[in-house]
Structure formats: C-alpha cells, structure tokens
Design a protein around this ligand. Sequence first.
Ligand code: AMP
Ligand code: ZN
Length: 136
Amino acid sequence: MKDPNCIFCKIANGEIPAATVYEDDDFRVILDLGPASKGHALILPKEHAANLFELPDEIAAKALVVAKKVGKQLFDGLGCDGFNLVQNNGEAAGQTVFHFHMHLIPRYKGDTVNVGWKPGELTEETKAQVLGIFGK
Ligand code: AMP
Ligand code: ZN
C-alpha cells in the first residue's frame, strides 16, 4: 500500500527524485537532506508503514540485511570509523516523517554527532514492572 500523502512513499517509489545509493524490489536507500554526518542515509521500504509496528515481518527482516549491505559499502567507501543505525518510532522518540525508515549514520572519530543518552538507574520497582509485562 502507498499513502498518496506520504513524501517517503513518493521518494521510495521514484515519484520524487532523491539521491539514491541503493534500490531493490522492496527498498530505496537515499541520502538524508539534513545529514548528521557525511554519508547519512535513510533506508525506506517502498510499501507504506507508519512505524515498526505496522511493518510486515518479512520487510522488517530484510531491512536489517539492507542496512548491513549498504552500511558496509558506506563504511568502506567513506573510511568511517563506525556507524549508528537509528530508527525512531513516534513523535516522542523524534520521528518526524511517519513512514518507517532507518537512519544509517556514519561516524568519524572526534565527530560531534549526538545519538547518546545520559545513563539513569534501573530501580527494583521498574525492573519488576517491566519483567512483569513479560510474565517473568
Ligand atoms: P525522523 O526524525 O527519524 O522521522 O527522520 C526524518 C529524516 O528525514 C530527517 O533526518 C530529515 O532530514 C529527513 N528528510 C526529510 N525529508 C527528506 C527528503 N525529502 N529527502 C531526504 N531526507 C529527508
Ligand atoms: Zn509512506
């Protein structure tokens, strides 16, 4: 399914041009227009899914294989020192385009990219609550 109001549906399916580094039957990988670092790419499924929960399992599995393949090419080609795979779900998590995508963010020693967090503390109360969700 494509969503006629979704910009990433249009880009993924070639209706709006984008700098494409990889394409197959299910995905298009493009360069991010507001890159966090040199080579920042977005992995877009061609079928619309607003977020990870809507993504079919088969496409979810393939997405990681595409990340591995394209990530390796970026890594080798750009000579980067590492990379982050980032996938935001929901506004609270920083998602701004509601068509599932994965960010491939090349990292360079000493860069100022910020995808980190300040570690908190796992309390006994929280641990019990979360384990309880899983019946543990
Ligand atoms: P997110 O915040 O995870 O939803 O990420 C959306 C990303 O899409 C941001 O990094 C934007 O810079 C990027 N973006 C938005 N519109 C375009 C576009 N037309 N072409 C390429 N990247 C885009
Ligand atoms: Zn879409």
